[in-house]
Design a protein around this ligand. Structure first.
Ligand code: MRU
Length: 370
């Protein structure tokens, strides 16, 4: 996607072919900074501290983390150490485990001397596959949105929660890919952007990237969506996913479940866009089985902003001594999801719906998107 007119991905191998470069998303929207990762520890820290975030990008960053590890030490022990260190960074987005399984499987039976080279090649493939998958999601989702647009006078109004745009993947994104495709076709579209407390991925990242791409949008407080739906100002909700079960339960950023309830109550279609590596074929009951990350309470009690003189500062917004609870994700049960949008097409959020699109994965229990 473009930043100030220049094409970017969110992660790429540096010119020296060894280090890995990322856009530091903790500094957006106030600063656009490229950061170099040169060690396994750098990659793990980038995922843990959310310099890179979003399920598909977490997977890609983990793949490059394995590359950096193999460059330093390509032994079997180092391979397993890197796998464990990266897997421990964040618990919810299943793309992390998927990418680490793909990389370890790809490297395990190779002589250590070949592992670093093979790792960089496989990580690059994972990134290119991610871009192709997301563009396909964009095309399928645009068909869905186009059908609604055809019934309307005036812009199509979609609401999104968190950031599931190109910043959350290698490129294109998932939930925002159909928005970009519709916009590219010249169809009028407007996006309601949930600010997405406490880390404000909507305010800081989604609004920023939509602005860079010239897509009309309005930032709203997280509690506003239901009111807008009651007044017919939302034609569809489209969100991403960090882990979707084999039965169609969808785990995504905290607050997504509440949007799904409001959408159901107001007859607004609720779409979930996801690439196949985000499907966890080993889990049926999302509410009971998906590990939900809890992050530091300071993400809730402190907030970052830019002063009039351009300095970026962090301030306390909470009374001293109050306890904080910071759940990062929630689960929307399958019955609240209108359609799942994948790279292979659109299906019901159900075991039979997913099985029809991904028969081999449903049989083997392992994502097989190629
Ligand atoms: O905590 P984050 O910013 O990693 O959470 C991201 C989300 O919840 C996204 O909606 C999800 O990962 C899908 S990204 C295409």
């Amino acid at each position: 996607m473009r930043v100030n007119g220049k094409a970017y991905r969110t992660i790429w191998p540096a010119a020296d072919g060894e280090a890995v470069e990322i856009i530091d998303q903790t500094l957006l929207p106030h600063q656009f900074a490229i950061v170099r990762l040169t060690t396994l520890e750098d990659a793990a820290k980038a995922i843990r501290t959310m310099q890179v975030r979003g399920a598909p990008l977490i997977g890609a960053a983990a793949a490059y983390g394995m590359c950096l590890a193999m460059r330093a030490d390509a032994s079997d022990a180092a391979l397993d150490r890197a796998y464990d260190a990266l897997l421990a960074t964040r618990p919810t987005a299943v793309n992390l485990r998927w990418a680490l399984d793909v990389m370890r499987e790809h490297l395990r039976n190779r002589p250590p001397a070949d592992r670093a080279g093979a790792a960089y090649r496989r990580a690059a493939e994972i990134c290119n596959e991610d871009v192709a998958i997301n563009e396909a999601i964009g095309a399928h989702g645009a068909t869905l949105l186009g059908k609604i647009a055809a019934t309307k006078n005036g812009p199509l109004n979609v609401l999104t929660h968190c950031n599931a745009g190109w910043l959350a993947a290698v490129d294109w994104g998932t939930a925002l890919a159909p928005v970009y495709k519709v916009h590219e076709k010249g169809l009028p579209i407007h996006v309601w952007v949930d600010e997405t407390r406490p880390r404000n991925q909507g305010m800081s990242l989604t609004a920023w990237e939509l602005g860079q791409m010239g897509v009309p949008h309005t930032v709203i407080a997280d509690n506003t969506g239901g009111h807008l739906m009651q007044h017919g100002l939302v034609d569809a909700v489209i969100v991403g996913s960090d882990r979707t079960t084999a039965h169609g339960d969808v785990c995504n950023k905290i607050g997504t479940y509440l949007k799904a309830l409001a959408a159901k109550d107001n007859g607004v279609p609720f779409y979930v866009a996801l690439p196949s590596p985000t499907i966890d074929w080993k889990i049926d009951d999302g509410i009971a089985e998906i590990p939900i990350e809890q992050r530091d309470g300071a993400e809730l009690s402190r907030i970052r902003g830019r002063l009039a003189d351009g300095r970026v500062v962090e301030v306390d917004i909470a009374p001293e001594g109050s306890a904080m609870a910071n759940y990062a994700f929630d689960v929307t049960p399958a019955h609240l999801v209108t359609w799942l949008i994948t790279e292979r097409g659109i299906c019901a959020a159900s075991a039979s719906g997913l099985r029809a699109l991904f028969p081999a994965s449903a049989r083997s229990g392992v994502p097989q998107h190629a």
